[in-house]
Design a protein around this ligand. Structure first.
Ligand code: PGA
Length: 236
């Protein structure tokens, strides 16, 4: 079970997520940090940028890795690459995020190469994770095995529906993702969820049966998970 669950009012969610991340990062001299995209961590990155600008947070030693990417145009405004350009790159002192190349000729080889690059950095120290409405972690959709590794995947309909809000007619059907093996090998995990829509899946992930039907349920077996929820996401 998670080591710790913090439930905070919605207006404190981003700051609580950031406090959680900074506390974990202090454990490592050069933390290798897996970073999520999506709506959930936008406030976290914004707050981190503010603290870094004020000299109150120092991310210069952090080694960031994206945890997934859409197979689509990398410069599309809805790609994860563009997301990090908007939300991560402005953070003072932040290193460039290592990312999948969704235009690689051989995507399976690209996934393997990315995993090798991560392994070369020592693997993740901290996995920062959002949770999909279907229980996915990164693009490890329902049905993903606990020992799955970095690979190319077909996006489930729920993930495509979320993506469609941004991508519209260009919504990708596939993604590149770190596997559950690489994510859960991180000695520290920070799981973030906010909003009422996540209440059901958060409860299922943290209290329901441990099963590939809900990949986030494998977090119950991880020895060091910090969960930060707003009150709406904690309602279940
Ligand atoms: P969201 O995505 O932050 O946009 O809700 C979370 C996820 O799909 O992992």
């Amino acid at each position: 079970m998670p080591r710790r669950v913090d439930t905070v009012p919605a207006e404190r969610f981003a700051r609580a997520a950031l406090d959680g991340l900074i506390a974990l990062a202090r454990r490592y001299a050069h933390p290798v940090v897996g970073l999520p995209t999506g709506k959930t961590p936008v406030g976290l990155y914004g707050e981190l940028g503010q603290l870094a600008a004020q000299g109150q947070a120092d991310v210069r030693t952090w080694r960031p890795f994206a945890i997934d990417e859409y197979v689509g145009m990398p410069n599309h405004p809805c790609s994860n690459r563009s997301y990090f350009s908007r939300h991560w790159n402005p953070i003072s002192g932040a290193a460039t995020v290592a990312q999948f190349d969704p235009e690689a000729a051989d995507l399976e080889a690209e996934a393997t190469a990315f995993a090798r690059r991560l392994a070369g950095a020592g693997g993740l120290d901290i996995a920062v994770l959002g949770i999909g409405l279907n229980g996915h972690l990164a693009f490890n959709e329902p049905g993903s095995a606990r020992n799955s590794t970095a690979r190319i995947v077909t996006l489930h309909s729920e993930s495509r529906a979320s993506a469609e809000a941004c991508w519209g007619d260009d919504t990708p059907t596939r993604g590149l993702t770190l596997g559950l093996a690489e994510l859960l090998a991180a000695p520290s995990v920070l799981l973030l969820a906010n909003g009422a829509a996540k209440a059901g899946i958060v409860a299922r992930a943290l209290r329901g049966p441990i099963s590939a039907d809900c990949p986030a349920s494998f977090l119950q077996e991880h020895p060091d998970v910090t969960v930060v929820l707003d009150e709406a996401a904690a309602a279940g």
